[in-house]
Design a protein around this ligand. Structure first.
Ligand SMILES: Cc1cc2nc3c(=O)[nH]c(=O)nc-3n(C[C@H](O)[C@H](O)[C@H](O)COP(=O)(O)OP(=O)(O)OC[C@H]3O[C@@H](n4cnc5c(N)ncnc54)[C@H](O)[C@@H]3O)c2cc1C
Length: 400
């Protein structure tokens, strides 16, 4: 490998979006600044169309808020966050309904909605304040070489980095995994998600809506300035129609799919489209490598679990790396990485199962399934025993 300069680190993280940036900050804060960390990110945060800090808003579970607080990040995020006080689940054209209210669980909020563009600005500012984190951006990796005691990354800038541990946090189409020959399994859901910020005549009052329609699920999350953040899942063949509609046509079609629980839908922001598939890395560790966040698992957004799961990857990896360092172990060695994998596998499997189960159940128009799911929604409304496990996972009360 030829290069201009070789920079030495304890950990190199590839990808500086939600997962990579929160991992850098977690490692820095939980190690009390004793680890040298590099974050290699291809796109500058100020650039429009950043793939990780775009126009999306996401729901953070209470569990994630607790983890963010532990890292000292929540106080910077909360000013722009919107509390979810209630969740309303319905099935278009069928009777089933479920209502989940924060007060039933002795809490003021079931979770919070944050805007990714704001989170990006916060994370980048906090990374810049640390002497131990080098943000190498814009730069991408072009080659990875591993030997027994280190990993060397060649960068597009001509420089290279060496570390004891490489973390792939570079999203669903992970270059790190491709360069290392780490394959993934992919299931196409046959849906795309259209997102937009929508205003309504009635205030959302902190209520989130999840509506299952014959063409796919539709969610509206409460957000700032009284707006709701829409995720509308549709068959890919409808994508061009939806993007071609005028704002008035879009709002009229959305109104007919969603209904009138927020009164008349009055205004929409720009629309963006995301293809949806379940992608899962076959392995989440390899020699001197750990895979986290969307690079490890990219989920359907139906249950709002993607980053919540990724943040649990982040915290567990940070805890294991720091425990290893404190015990004088090699932080990129097999013992540390195996403990990370063992702790993450059950949560990953359970969250994928829950998310994919919801997509499959609600995508089905075969009548016994329809009867079953309406009975399920009504039962969920009536019986705490059924509702509790789902709510617990949605609130992020999950063992790591
Ligand atoms: C419509 C929608 C709604 C969602 N809603 C929710 C929700 O409500 N709750 C929730 O928890 N999750 C939600 N998610 C999921 C959540 O957005 C993602 O899990 C999270 O943002 C993923 O972050 P990431 O950092 O792992 O990956 P990414 O955001 O994909 O970031 C990867 C980063 O790596 C960089 N990169 C890639 N290749 C290279 C390279 N070779 N070199 C250097 N850098 C590189 C990219 O530039 C990018 O910045 C939703 C997703 C979608 C699509």
């Amino acid at each position: 490998m030829r290069s201009n300069k070789v920079n030495q680190y304890d950990v190199v993280i590839v990808g500086g979006a939600m997962t990579g940036a929160s991992l850098a900050l977690a490692l820095d804060r939980l190690s009390l600044g004793t680890l040298r960390i590099a974050v290699v990110e291809a796109v500058s945060p100020a650039q429009s169309g950043h793939p990780g800090y775009d126009a999306r808003s996401i729901a953070l579970s209470l569990g994630s808020v607790k983890l963010m607080s532990q890292l000292g990040l929540w106080s910077a995020l909360v000013s722009e966050a919107t509390a979810i006080s209630r969740i309303h689940v319905s099935d278009r054209g069928h009777a089933g309904l479920a209502r989940i209210a924060a007060h039933e669980y002795g809490t003021q909020a079931l979770g919070y909605v944050i805007e990714l563009a704001h989170a990006g600005a916060v994370f980048h500012e906090q990374m810049a304040q640390s002497d131990q984190i080098d943000l190498i951006c814009p730069a991408h990796i072009t080659a990875i070489e591993r030997n027994s005691d280190r990993v060397t990354l060649q960068l597009s800038t001509g420089d290279s980095c060496q570390a004891r541990l490489l973390v792939a946090a570079d999203g669903g189409a992970s270059t790190c995994c491709s360069l290392l020959g780490m394959t993934s399994r992919e299931t196409d859901f046959g849906q795309v998600a259209v997102i937009a910020n929508v205003s309504s005549a009635l205030p959302h009052q902190g209520e989130a809506f999840e509506r299952f329609t014959p063409s796919g699920p539709l969610a509206l999350l409460p957000m700032s300035q009284g707006r709701s953040s829409l995720v509308w899942c549709l068959p890919p063949e409808q994508q061009q129609d939806v993007l071609g509609w005028s704002d008035e046509e879009f709002l009229a079609n959305l109104q007919s799919a969603f209904g009138w629980r927020l009164g008349k839908l009055t205004k929409t922001g720009q629309r963006y489209v995301y293809p949806l598939s379940l992608r899962q890395a076959e392995r989440r560790i390899s020699h001197r490598v750990a895979v986290v966040g969307n690079a490890a698992q990219t989920l359907h957004p139906i249950a709002g679990q993607g980053f919540n799961l990724g943040l649990r990857d982040v915290m567990t990896l940070a805890e294991e790396v720091i425990a290893g360092a404190q015990q004088g172990q090699d932080i990129g060695g097999a013992a540390v990485l195996s403990r990370f994998r063992q702790r993450r596998d059950p949560d990953q499997q359970a969250t994928i199962q829950m998310t994919t189960g919801l997509v499959t159940m609600f995508a089905n128009e075969h009548w016994p399934m329809v009867v079953g799911r309406n009975a399920g929604l009504m039962a969920m409304h009536a019986m705490e025993t059924l509702k509790s496990p789902l709510v617990k996972r949605a609130m992020g009360q999950v063992d790591r």
